[in-house]
Design a protein around this ligand. Structure first.
Ligand SMILES: Cc1cc2nc3c(=O)[nH]c(=O)nc-3n(C[C@H](O)[C@H](O)[C@H](O)COP(=O)(O)O)c2cc1C
Length: 375
C-alpha cells in the first residue's frame, strides 16, 4: 500500500470501534443458500424473509456481526438450487436492522469488478447503514467458479496480488479529494475517477477469510478482521490445540505491518437443556447426513486442509468450522476456552437457525455475561 488509510476501528464511536469493545464478539453466520446437511428437519430456508428474521433477532440480542457465505456454483449448487447474493442481501438488511455490522462476502476479482463500482456501492451502503456495512473479501478458490466467468482459475497467490491492487485503488477513491487515475497489472483502469459521498468512518469495514500465508499477508495490510478456520479441523479439542499458534501468527503479521487485526471463527452450536438430549440431537444430525452436501467441487484453498489430517480428532460433520456441542453451561465453557486461544469473536451457525438462535438468547447469552465474555 502506498498511502496511509484510516480504519474505522481507530475512530471512537464508529460501529466497528464499539463492536471491538466486547470481550467476545458475537456474529451470526447466515445461510443464504439451500444447504441440507442431514435429513433431520429444520425451519431453514434461503429466502430473504427467513434470513431477515434471523438477523433482526441477532440485532435484538446485541450481536455485533452478521455474515454469510456466498458462491457462484453451476446447476445443483451445494445441494439445492437457490442461493441469494450476499452483497445485495446483507446490504438490504441495513434498512431493517439498527446496530449489527453487516458484512457482505464479495468475490472481488470476478468480472472483473471495477474499483469505481466497489467504491461507489460501498460508500452508498456505508451511508445507508451509518457505518455498519463491510466487505468480506474473497478471491475465489473453486476452479469451476472462475470458469463460469470465462477464464481458468487465477493462481492462488496472484489472486491476493490482484486484490491488493484493487483495494489500494478502492481505498484511494474512498479518501481522495481530487480526481484519481490508475493503471496497473489488472485489466481495469481508472481515468479521473472520483466518488462522493466519502464513507462516514474512513472506509467500510474490511474483512478477509483465509488460512494461507498469502492471505494472512493481505489481511495484515488491509483487513480489520480475519475470518479463520481451525487448522486442526472441527473437533473442539483439535481447534483448541491448533488455534493459538495460528492466531499468534496472524496477529504478528499485522503487528509487523504496524496494524492490529481481530480474528473470528464460525462454530456451529448444538445445545439442549441436558447432556442426553444434546447428544441425541447431535447424533441424529450426524447419523442422517446427506452425502454430497457441499458438492465436492475442486478447491485450492489452504484454509480447510486440517480437516483432512487424520491425526486430529474429527468432528461429527454438523456444519461449522468448529463444533460446540453441549448444555448451555458446557457451551459457555467451550467459548471461554476458545477465547483463551486468542480468538476475538465467533460467527455462530445453528443446525436450525430461528428456533436455536432464540434458545441461544434465552439460555446461553445470560451465562456468557456471567462468565465475563459479554459486556
Ligand atoms: C471462514 C471462511 C469462510 C469463507 N467463505 C467463503 C465464501 O463464502 N465464498 C467463497 O468463495 N470463499 C470463501 N472462503 C474462501 C476464501 O475466501 C479463500 O478463497 C480460500 O480460503 C482460499 O484462500 P486461502 O488459501 O488463503 O485460505 C472462506 C474461507 C474461510 C476461511
Amino acid at each position: 500500500m502506498t498511502f496511509e488509510t484510516v480504519s474505522p476501528a481507530d475512530i471512537p464511536g464508529s460501529p466497528l470501534a464499539k463492536a471491538f469493545e466486547q470481550p467476545l464478539m458475537l456474529g451470526v453466520f447466515l445461510n443464504l443458500q439451500d444447504i441440507r446437511l442431514s435429513t433431520v428437519p429444520t425451519t431453514n430456508t434461503w429466502t430473504f424473509d427467513y434470513n431477515a428474521e434471523v438477523v433482526r433477532k441477532a440485532d435484538d440480542l446485541g450481536f455485533e456481526l452478521a455474515f454469510s457465505r456466498t458462491q457462484w456454483l453451476p446447476k445443483g449448487g451445494y445441494d439445492g438450487e437457490s442461493s441469494l447474493d450476499a452483497f445485495v442481501a446483507l446490504g438490504a438488511m441495513a434498512a431493517i436492522t439498527r446496530n449489527i455490522l453487516l458484512i457482505s462476502t464479495i468475490h472481488v476479482l470476478y468480472g472483473p469488478i471495477h474499483p469505481l463500482h466497489l467504491a461507489k456501492y460501498g460508500a452508498t451502503l456505508d451511508h445507508i447503514s451509518k457505518g455498519r456495512w463491510g466487505i468480506n473479501i474473497v478471491t475465489g478458490h473453486r476452479a469451476i467458479e472462475h470458469e463460469m466467468f470465462g477464464w481458468d482459475r487465477i493462481e492462488h497467490d496472484t489472486r491476493y496480488e490482484l486484490a491488493s491492487e484493487l483495494f489500494d485503488v478502492v481505498q484511494r477513491l474512498w479518501s481522495e479529494n481530487e480526481n484519481y487515475s490508475f493503471e496497473g497489472k489488472s485489466s481495469w483502469k481508472v481515468r479521473n475517477g472520483y466518488i462522493t459521498p466519502k464513507p462516514l468512518f474512513g472506509r467500510p469495514v474490511l474483512v478477509n477469510a483465509t488460512g494461507s500465508e498469502a492471505g494472512i499477508a493481505f489481511a495484515a495490510q488491509y483487513s480489520d478482521i480475519v475470518f479463520i478456520t481451525s487448522p486442526g479441523g472441527a473437533h473442539i479439542d483439535s481447534a483448541l490445540e491448533t488455534l493459538p499458534p495460528h492466531i499468534a501468527n496472524i496477529k504478528d503479521a499485522a503487528a509487523r505491518a504496524g496494524r492490529k487485526v481481530r480474528t473470528v471463527i464460525n462454530p456451529v452450536i448444538v445445545s439442549r437443556d441436558t447432556e442426553r438430549e444434546t447428544l441425541e440431537y447431535a447424533n441424529a444430525i450426524s447419523n442422517n447426513k446427506i452425502n454430497g452436501a457441499f458438492g465436492g467441487y475442486d478447491s485450492d484453498a489452504h484454509a480447510w486442509r486440517g480437516r483432512k489430517d487424520a491425526s486430529h480428532k474429527q468432528g461429527l460433520g454438523l456444519g461449522g468450522n468448529i463444533e460446540i456441542v453441549g448444555t448451555p453451561e458446557q457451551v459457555v465453557d467451550q467459548l471461554l476456552a476458545l477465547k483463551k486461544t486468542g480468538i476475538d469473536g465467533v460467527q455462530l451457525g445453528f443446525y436450525d437457525f430461528l428456533p436455536e438462535i432464540g434458545y441461544f438468547g434465552e439460555r446461553i447469552l445470560p451465562l456468557l455475561k456471567q462468565a465475563g465474555l459479554r459486556l
